[in-house]
Ligand binder design. Structure first.
Ligand code: IDP
Length: 140
């Protein structure tokens, strides 16, 4: 298997920060062997969030998602490692915490909030193109 060192954007969403899960989430990422190359805590502007979630603009959950993501501090991480884009998404688990497999961040730590699927603790870029674009937004 070839070695493909990549970078991805990981966000610990406002629910993860508010529930004091930042350390646990980062510990899982580091235990997997990924490197935290940069990290910052910030309250994102609406403009950043609209850019970040541009692919979902117009969907019914867009405004609730942007509102939730702007509701408190977020931890943004520039994460590096071999195949880290796919690897972090495996660690995060399925979008819906109830459907996410045990052993994943969302499966172990995520709660069923009913309609509020946006509260699923973490975000991870889904491709090299998304990673480059998103890292430019959060680490401008
Ligand atoms: P992902 O975060 O697992 O990659 P995406 O489909 O890219 O999932 O959706 C981005 C984010 O939008 C999700 O993490 C979740 O917070 C939110 N989201 C996705 N689908 C829904 C929905 O049907 N209702 C509410 N929020 C949603």
């Amino acid at each position: 298997m070839t070695t493909t060192v990549e970078e991805t954007l990981v966000l610990i969403k406002p629910d993860g920060v508010a529930r004091n899960l930042t350390g646990q989430i980062l510990a899982r990422v580091e235990a997997k062997g990924y490197t935290i190359a940069d990290l910052r805590m910030l309250e994102p502007t609406r403009e950043m969030l609209v850019q970040h979630y541009a692919e979902h603009e117009g969907k019914p959950f867009f405004e609730p998602l942007v509102g939730f993501m702007g509701s408190g501090p977020v931890v943004a991480v520039r994460l590096q490692g071999n195949r880290v884009i796919e690897g972090f998404r495996s660690l995060a688990g399925a979008t819906e915490p109830t459907a996410a497999a045990p052993g994943t961040i969302r499966g172990d730590l995520g709660r069923d909030w009913g309609e509020a699927v946006q509260k699923n603790l973490v975000h991870g870029s889904d491709s090299t193109e998304s990673a480059t674009r998103e890292l430019g937004i959060w680490f401008a």
